[in-house]
Structures are given as structure tokens and as C-alpha cells.
Design a protein around this ligand. Structure first.
Ligand SMILES: C[S@@+](CC[C@H](N)C(=O)[O-])C[C@H]1O[C@@H](n2cnc3c(N)ncnc32)[C@H](O)[C@@H]1O
Length: 225
């Protein structure tokens, strides 16, 4: 399953979903074609991408089921307008900022589907500390890249160790083989950094070595359990 198919597979059947940062409009297209949603509010911050979405969804005759809106994040939505909010293909920090800027709207959604391209740890940290609960998460790999797709809902959910911001608790629980592959790669990357600092006798980075070694120990423990 690729990234976009995985996003689609996590959206629950609903009347209205908002696809924030729609760009080409492929997510909207997939959801409408499979009748996962009756209608999509397709939004983008920039005119070029929004026009691309309008063109594409018109070409596939789905534009009548779309409401196209230009603007930043959730500011273009009213409270309760979209049951599902999808924010995919942006950095984890940007997704967190978008949720924080319109928290009243985000907290009214029944389901948030979030797919960070980078810094998934920052996004998980934000969700856990700001009234959202992560109820599902999937991992997909495309061209050597691992992508995390997070399903969050309003609710209180805390983790007892910061490692769970970086290593998804949900994916650990599932024992997903791709997650094991991802963690082995993460261990290898950290090990390489440690070796390279040690090789260069760079004493100024002793704290970094300690941090990475501790992180790897924790990851190995989590993998054993
Ligand atoms: C890489 S594309 C992702 C397209 C699609 N969502 C996907 O996952 O394939 C990111 C899109 O987000 C838009 N974008 C960036 N910041 C945004 C914001 N604050 N609000 C809405 N859209 C934004 C960009 O203009 C761009 O079209």
C-alpha cells in the first residue's frame, strides 16, 4: 500500500472531510471515488496548488462534490463543518502549528488523519500534550522513505516516556514488521553517528554520544518487549 492509499484507508466513512493542503487533489479524488466521503472541502494556502486541485478534480468529474477554499490551515473551516480533517504531506511541526492555530476547530473533529513528512516526533509530542489522543497509526515505505500516518481524536492520552514521541506506541503494539525494519535502521543511523564522533576524538560531543547510546538502549528494550 502506498502513502496516499494508506491515508485513504484510515478515513472513516463520513459526510464531509476537509483535505488541508490538497495540492494535486489526489487524496480528495480517492475519497470521493470510493464514496468514503460525500463531500470534500479541499483547501490550500497557495493559489497554484489550489488551481491544480480544481483542474484535476474537474477533469475527473468530481468537482461538484468539492468545495475549494484558499487559505491557511483550518482557518478556512467553521466549527463542526468537517467531521474528518486530513493534513498530509507537510512537516510535523507545521501540522502541529496548524492544529494549535485553530484548536477549537481541530477539537471538534471526529477524526484527524495526519501524515507528517518529517519530524513525526514533534507532532506526536504536540498531540499528547494538547488534548488529542492517538488511536491508530500505520507506517508505509515508498522509495526508501518511511511515512507515518496518525489517526488522532480529541481526548486525553499521555505517555510515560519521551521515547514514545519518537517511537510510536501504536506501531510497537502492532509489532508491524515495517516498524521493526524502521527501528533497526534508526539504531544503525545512531550507531554510525556515535562511531564517527568517537573516531574523530571529539570530546565536545560526549553528551551527544551519551544521549544517542541511551536512546538506542531504550529502543532495543522496546523491541525486545
Ligand atoms: C507536499 S503538498 C502535499 C499534498 C497532499 N496533501 C499530499 O499529501 O500529497 C503540501 C501542500 O500544502 C500546502 N500548504 C503549506 N502550508 C499550508 C497551510 N498552512 N495551509 C494550507 N495548505 C498549506 C502547500 O501549498 C502544498 O500544496
Amino acid at each position: 500500500m502506498n502513502r496516499l492509499e494508506c491515508i485513504k484507508s484510515m478515513v472513516l466513512k463520513c459526510k464531509v472531510a476537509a483535505d488541508i493542503g490538497t495540492d494535486h487533489g489526489y487524496v480528495a479524488e480517492m475519497l470521493l471515488r470510493d464514496n468514503v466521503c460525500d463531500k470534500i472541502i479541499a483547501t490550500d494556502l497557495n493559489e497554484g496548488p489550489l488551481n491544480r486541485a480544481i483542474e484535476h478534480l474537474s477533469a475527473v468529474n468530481l468537482e461538484k462534490r468539492c468545495d475549494f477554499r484558499l487559505g491557511s490551515g483550518l482557518t478556512v473551516l467553521k466549527e463542526d463543518e468537517a467531521e474528518t480533517i486530513i493534513i498530509a504531506g507537510m512537516g510535523g511541526e507545521l501540522i502541529a502549528d496548524i492544529l494549535e492555530d485553530s484548536k477549537n476547530i481541530a477539537l471538534k473533529a471526529s477524526q484527524l488523519i495526519l501524515q507528517p513528512m518529517t519530524t513525526a516526533d514533534r507532532l506526536r509530542r504536540y498531540l499528547y500534550n494538547n488534548g488529542f489522543s492517538i488511536i491508530d497509526e500505520r507506517i508505509v515505505k515508498e522509495l526508501h522513505h518511511y511515512y507515518f500516518i496518525i489517526m488522532a481524536v480529541p481526548g486525553i492520552d499521555k505517555v510515560d516516556d519521551e521515547i514514545y514521541y519518537e517511537v510510536s506506541k501504536m506501531l510497537l503494539k502492532k509489532n508491524d514488521p515495517l516498524m521493526i525494519e524502521y527501528l533497526n535502521r534508526l539504531l544503525g543511523i545512531n550507531e554510525k553517528i556515535i562511531n564517527s564522533i568517537e573516531k574523530n576524538n571529539n570530546n565536545g560531543y560526549n553528551k551527544k554520544i551519551e544521549q544517542l547510546s541511551n536512546k538506542n538502549k531504550k529502543i532495543e528494550e522496546l523491541m525486545k518487549n
